[in-house]
Design a protein around this ligand. Structure first.
Ligand code: GLC
Length: 426
């Protein structure tokens, strides 16, 4: 069920941590896409140590980044659980030198820091013998659809029913053994169809175990919010949403992938998300030993610096102006009386904001607090068509990542977004 903490959180950290970090290959997809055999993929188990796993240090880092929640892969499509599941032998506890439950200390460390606990779980399980009527080593992108057709009795066949019992059973473990789970982040609901998964029923079940948990959308229409992935939305998604995106091009640790987004790009993405009323769920990738690559730590710290400097424009805000009023993005205080314009480029002298009917009380720069000069030009006030608000932004006030300008209004934002018309009375 949607909870008020979520739209206020703005930033979450996504963690893909699993045996795939040993060879540094794509999480689960490496064998599904035939990049490596299933056997070689699973052989990574022997290299997964979690030797330097320090969940307190993780939580500290997330907090310094300005995040309010985190989401850790408790089980990706490969089926390897990060906790001590009683329902299968496929866990880091039983199969890897890490040999312990990694989920409990994560949940505890987040809670200690006041961060919300999110758990990622893949519905589909490419390793479980009952998931499909072909063995795991034969499960590939091109074999699965055909495989399900072998079940002439569809979802009622005993094999699938056994899988469903296992699926529900693992979720029961996740929902009853780790204290309060604030967010369940599902994935892998795309095959087989809903007649198999029975998501409406699952939703009820999950809420009976965890009445306050939020469910993401990957529940075949039975979730609480949308999860646009990798491509930032151009138009504002309806309802609550969260944009999940990788910090480079990979969800899990892949050392050759140095295609990191810059701090400036990350800040901009973040600002654009919150400006459209969404959250950013930024994915980072621990190594098999639990250490983050330094490039990722640096970026999180820098994002956190920017957020801290601009906190009032971030957390207690809502989506700002719709597209077309400003070249940049913006957020709005909850009483709608303060607009925070976020600009990414270097203005020649002034920036322009269109459509504001209110009187302006004060314009200043968030961070320095310096007041800025402004003027309204044009419009036809007597016809209720506002002029353009021009704000002078001196070079010295510019922030290298995104400059935030605070515009205090005489009342709740009154916006003109019309197409214009002839002025018939002058
Ligand atoms: C995709 C991929 C998966 C990744 C997820 C994160 O659905 O299947 O590997 O975990 O995106 O959103």
């Amino acid at each position: 069920m949607m909870q008020s903490w979520f739209p206020d959180a703005k930033l979450g950290i996504f963690l893909h941590w699993g045996i795939y970090s040993v060879k540094g290959i794509p999480e689960s997809w490496a064998f599904f896409n035939r990049q490596i055999s299933y056997e070689d993929y699973m052989a990574q188990c022997s290299g997964f140590t979690a030797n330097h796993y320090d969940p307190q240090a993780w939580a500290n880092l997330f907090q310094r980044a300005g995040a309010k929640y985190a989401v850790l892969t408790s089980k990706h499509h490969d089926g390897v659980a990060l906790w001590d599941t009683q329902l299968s032998d496929l866990s880091v506890v039983k199969q890897t030198p890490a040999a312990r439950d990694l989920l409990t200390p994560y949940c505890e460390a987040l809670r200690e820091k006041g961060l919300k606990v999110g758990i990622y779980f893949s519905h589909l399980d490419w390793s479980h013998p009952d998931y499909a009527p072909i063995p795991p080593e034969e499960r590939h992108g091109d074999t699965m659809e055909k495989a399900y057709q072998q079940w002439s009795d569809g979802p009622n066949n005993p094999t699938w029913q056994r899988f469903l019992k296992f699926h529900r059973g693992q979720l029961e473990e996740l929902c009853t053994r780790f204290g309060k789970v604030d967010l369940l982040w599902f994935d892998g609901d795309w095959t087989p169809g809903d007649e198999y998964w029975r998501m409406a029923e699952l939703r009820e079940q999950l809420l009976s175990w965890q009445p306050e948990t939020i469910l993401n959308s990957r529940m075949r229409g039975h979730g609480d919010y949308q999860t646009p992935e990798q491509g930032i939305p151009i138009s504002r998604p309806e309802g609550p949403w969260e944009f999940c995106v990788t910090i480079n091009d990979s969800w899990g640790y892949q050392p050759q992938d140095q295609n990191y987004k810059s701090v400036r790009q990350i800040v901009r993405m973040f600002a654009e998300c919150i400006g459209m009323g969404g959250n950013l769920l930024l994915d980072i990738t621990p190594k098999e030993d639990g250490i983050f690559p330094p490039e990722q730590v640096e970026r999180l710290e820098a994002l956190g610096d920017w957020i801290r400097q601009h906190e009032e424009a971030v957390y207690a805000t809502e989506a700002g102006l719709p597209a077309g009023h400003l070249y940049g993005t913006s957020t709005l205080s909850k009483d709608h009386q303060t607009l925070y314009a976020m600009i990414f480029d270097r203005p020649w002298d002034e920036i322009a904001i269109k459509g504001i009917r209110n009187q302006i009380k004060r314009v200043s720069v968030v961070g320095s607090g310096h007041e800025l000069s402004y003027r309204k030009m044009g419009g036809a006030a007597w016809m209720n068509i506002p002029g353009v608000l021009w704000i002078e932004v001196p070079e010295a006030e510019l922030n290298p990542n995104a400059t935030v300008i605070k515009i205090e209004l005489d009342g709740p934002l009154d916006l003109y977004s019309g197409a214009g018309h002839a002025i018939e009375s002058n």
